[in-house]
Design a protein around this ligand. Structure first.
Ligand code: ADP
Ligand code: MG
Length: 699
């Protein structure tokens, strides 16, 4: 029976209308979809708490208590009813904001009640808001087993689809299919890893028999989900290593050595040396390299890229460096041309705004091999861009690139070029394993010497003038400053007014003191943007007001202040990226996070994390925990992390490690999953990942 082809609308009690709502709200259509809509919480209805044990961290709890002291307090919108519940261990306040006339008529002194609700804290005292109250003697039928709680939306509730009715639909599914759910893991495997059957697992996550079976059921489902993801992604890696040749870079020759001995602008950090070595080994191995370099902002990835490119040139290959924005491509072009200017290497820049004539010249130069290094934006992916012999493609700040775009790089030579992807968005280990499990990973975990850690401060908007004074002091020392405004979507009129008003205000304050203020934002024409950036890079303007267009890659070491306006509106990784624009020189740098007085708890936690640490990996982990993987940059387009139904990448590292080890073991023995006992694995992978395979191959 194919559970994925049975439509829930035919179940008793569902019908067209509810089915439509479920599809719209939760993307649930088939029996399978529904079965995998698992409860997000369970309430143990056998457990009765003592009042003395209550704290605000507990989920829903039940008490057996008497109720006294019923009274109405407050007037108008703050009117409410309170009561005191007590047992032999203590007392706790109950609060209702509505429906209390009815309650008042129900509650009798000296009678025992079953009180069901969630403890919270108010004025440093524990209370329970809107508890359900039942006569204890009559409530005994409620006191069995676990109650599953399903997530629902407002629209669902209006269509009479609350948590309870979802439970009923699950029950109807089990009855309809007569408890037959086809197994998706081989029997030997279940036995070996002590896993429950799929059927028992799904049944128990919806209708837990005990805490113990519930835990086993959840474990089995997470295990399976992560196992297939790992098996799938690692299979690609094994396959590539088995079948794919790579261009062999045998020599480290004249270009590399000359640069290293004569033009290296700084002593390399140990981390940079290690990564260059890893890159050399990969490119010399005869297999195609697919390596991801993770290095925090300012860790010196560009220099590593340059050294890699020189090795390619030493082996008579061409090479390219692709950046996500024009500003960044141009900046790379300038930095790299400058570094290599004495070495007789031809470097070209190709972006969307390259003129036709120049473009044609570049196309020709790439074909006849006279251009050795091409730097550009995604313009260099276009089909008309062909190389004589490209050996290495480097992608900077990869999270800005779509997957399909990366795929195009592979077709630029008969033997696909080595691919080196650099990212400044540190990725938590679990995400790296699931998203980039088939890539080898290098890490730069060391900043160039002499950097002082950036000082980060949280300031309320009221103190803007003090902040301006502070910036002024920095400008007096010859430094420069960024002021960033949120403009999440560059078309939002409202934000745009903020940006312009902010610009005005800064101008009014700083211009009379002789400091020019510039502004860049996404609505400007590329040429205008370039011009403004250039004025800031050359220190003609001392302050640059901008939107997040400067988030990625821009390098102005003289800038020492990053003021972020409405910081509560930015995500953690964005804040971290922005902060990375300063602290690039030897001077002490500052990041000021300005917020309004009232901010949400989540925003507060983000700001606190930023103030507490400069470590990108720590921030990425915090981000994963706060937002969940679906929201993390770079994961959306993959469609993977958000499609995880049961496992949680913020929490399930241990299971992930385990399944990854098991998947490696299986593939080492049988990389193409051809053996009899692996047949089910092969068919499951086909079923689960039919649409996703191509891009994983590439990234
Ligand atoms: P990112 O990793 O963010 O791309 P960059 O490559 O832009 O970092 O480097 C940041 C800054 O550090 C640049 O100004 C660069 O010149 C400098 N830098 C890179 N490597 C070193 C080093 N080994 N010693 C000193 N400064 C370095
Ligand atoms: Mg960079």
């Amino acid at each position: 029976m194919e559970l994925s082809s049975l439509n829930i609308k035919f179940l008793p009690g569902v019908g067209e209308k509810k089915a439509a709502t479920l599809l719209e709200e939760l993307d649930i259509q088939s029996f399978e979809d529904m079965l995998y809509h698992i409860p997000y919480r369970y309430i143990d209805r056998t457990k009765i708490y003592k009042i003395a044990d209550l704290n605000k961290k507990l989920p829903y709890i039940q008490l057996k208590a008497k109720i006294t002291n019923l009274q109405s307090v407050g007037v108008g919108s703050s009117s409410r009813m309170t009561a005191t519940a007590y047992d032999e261990t203590g007392s706790v306040e109950l609060v209702w904001f509505k429906g209390f006339k009815f309650l008042a008529s129900q509650i009798e002194a000296e009678k025992e009640y079953l009180i069901f609700g969630q403890p919270s804290e108010f004025n440093r005292k524990i209370n329970i808001v809107h508890p359900e109250i039942d006569n204890f003697e009559k409530a005994s039928k409620l006191l069995v087993g676990f109650q599953s709680i399903y997530s629902t939306t407002e629209k669902m509730k209006k269509a009479f689809l609350n948590s309870k009715s979802i439970g009923k639909i699950q029950d109807a599914i089990f009855k309809t299919i007569k408890h037959k759910i086809p197994e998706t893991l081989p029997a030997w495997f279940l036995q070996k890893h002590k896993l429950l059957f799929l059927h028992d697992s799904l049944y128990n996550v919806h209708f837990p028999e005990s805490q113990n079976t519930l835990e086993k059921a959840i474990y089995r489902l997470k295990f399976e989900e992560l196992f297939y993801i790992q098996l799938n992604i690692l299979k690609l890696k094994y396959k590539r290593k088995k079948y794919f040749k790579g261009n062999v870079f045998t020599t480290v020759g004249e270009y590399f050595n000359t640069f290293y001995n004569q033009y290296l602008p700084f002593e390399l950090t140990n981390a940079q040396k290690r990564v260059i070595k890893e890159l050399r080994q990969d490119c010399g191995s005869g297999k195609q390299m697919n390596r991801l370099l993770q290095g925090d902002v300012g860790s010196g990835k560009t220099l590593v890229a340059v050294m890699g490119m020189l090795i390619a040139l030493d082996n008579y290959f061409q090479t390219c460096l692709m950046a996500p924005t024009e500003i960044l491509a141009k900046q790379h072009y300038e930095t790299i041309s400058e570094m290599l200017k004495e070495m007789g290497i031809t470097v070209a820049l190709l972006t969307g705004s390259t003129r036709k004539k120049e473009r044609e010249r570049i196309h020709q130069g790439l074909l006849d091999g006279s251009i050795q290094i091409l730097i550009g934006t995604h313009a260099l992916l276009e089909n008309v861009v062909s190389f004589q012999n490209i050996g290495l493609a480097i992608i900077d700040e990869q999270h800005r690139f779509g997957v399909a775009q990366r795929a195009k790089l592979w077709q630029k030579n008969t033997t696909p070029p080595h691919v080196f992807v650099m990212t400044a968005t540190p990725i938590p280990r679990t995400l790296a394993m699931t998203l980039y499990g088939d890539l080898d990973v290098s890490v730069i975990d060391e900043l160039p010497p002499g950097r002082k850690p950036i000082t980060t401060q949280h300031v309320f908007e009221k103190k803007r003038i003090e902040v301006f004074h502070f910036i002024e002091k920095e400008l007096e020392k010859g430094r420069q400053a960024y002021v960033v405004f949120p403009l999440i979507s560059e078309s939002e009129k409202f934000d745009f007014r903020d940006l312009e008003a902010g610009f005005e205000e800064l101008n009014n304050y700083f211009l009379p003191k002789g400091y020019k203020v510039g502004m860049v934002h996404g609505k400007m024409k590329p040429a205008e943007k370039e011009h403004e950036m250039h004025r800031f890079v050359t220190a003609e303007t001392k302050i640059l007001v901008s939107t997040t267009v400067i988030e990625v890659g821009v390098n102005v070491p003289n800038a020492s202040v990053m003021l972020i306006e409405s910081a509560e509106r930015f995500g953690l990784s964005q804040l971290h990226q922005l902060r990375g624009r300063v602290g690039r020189g030897a001077d002490q740098s500052y990041c000021i996070l300005m917020t309004s007085y009232k901010i949400s708890n989540d925003s507060r936690q983000r700001i606190e994390t930023m103030v507490a640490t400069n470590d990108g990996f720590e921030i990425a982990e915090a981000d994963l925990k706060l937002r969940g993987p679906g929201d993390l940059e770079g994961t959306q387009q993959s469609g993977l992390a958000c499609s995880l139904k049961i496992a949680n990448l913020g929490k399930d590292l241990l299971i992930l490690n385990e399944v990854s080890r098991i998947a490696n073991e299986i593939l080492a023995q049988d990389p193409d999953l051809e053996e009899e006992e692996h047949q089910l694995f092969a068919s499951q992978i086909k079923r689960l990942f039919k649409t996703r395979i191509t891009w994983r191959y590439i990234s």
